[in-house]
Design a binder for this molecule. Structure first.
Ligand code: GRF
Length: 215
């Protein structure tokens, strides 16, 4: 107990479809003692995901679970839930996961399921707004500021309660690549910090609003 708030190690299940740099940042934060958590398993829909190699190097159990591998949607959901249960996952982290999480899984992990988005939601979010599309749109619109959002996941894309946001200044000479690189640096910092707030039991969700309790 710290100041009346209960602190508890998170047992993370990380979902990733791509290179997994946020996953690496989370593992670093754990190793450096900045995040009280353990990654119990890495789930991907893409057998070529760099995140799978990261997990294997770190001796973290992996699973490739793809809807098309199952005879029915129910069996797919059962496979996801069985995997999470088998590894005692109590908190899900989406780190560049390109598929929608089924509502049945969201229901089990309500308020224990985070996503990171490379823009300031509710702008530049929703279906089709991923990867370079986000940064291209921000530049096309002429935004002077963009940023990072960490939010709880609900049944709509990029919609759930916002837990943390940080802005990034857009420079006149930015390309989607240079902007993405600066935004990514912030992502690597803010995701572990936000997860630590959950580990410290400091996050209170009331409807769409999230309150962070003081230490
Ligand atoms: C990040 O930009 C994240 O915000 C988005 O997907 C990207 C994943 O990058 N959801 P990485 O695989 O963690 O490097």
């Amino acid at each position: 107990m710290k100041g009346g708030i209960e602190s508890k190690k998170l047992h993370l299940g990380v979902f990733a479809s791509g290179r997994g740099s946020n996953f690496v940042a989370i593992l670093q934060a754990i190793q450096e003692g900045r995040l009280q958590a353990n990654v119990e398993c890495l789930i991907s829909n893409n057998s070529d995901a760099g995140a799978l190699s990261v997990a294997k190097k770190n001796n973290i159990p992996t699973a490739v679970i793809v809807k098309s591998m199952y005879a029915s949607r129910d069996l797919f959901i059962e496979a996801l839930l069985d995997c999470l249960k088998k590894h005692d996952v109590d908190f899900i982290v989406l780190a560049g996961y390109m598929k929608k999480i089924p509502p049945e899984v969201i229901a089990v992990y309500k308020n224990h399921l985070l996503n990171i988005h490379p823009a300031l939601l509710p702008s530049f979010g929703g279906k089709g707004m991923y990867g370079h599309h986000v940064h291209e749109s921000v530049l096309e619109y002429g935004c002077k500021v963009t940023g990072v959002t960490v939010h709880l996941v609900d049944d709509e894309y990029d919609h759930g309660p916002i837990v943390a946001q940080q802005s990034v200044v857009v420079k006149e000479e930015d390309t989607p690549e240079t902007l993405a690189a600066r935004v990514l640096q912030v992502e690597h910092q803010i995701y572990a910090e936000t997860l630590q707030l959950f580990a410290e039991g400091r996050v209170e969700v009331k409807g769409q609003k999230v309150y962070i309790k003081k230490k």
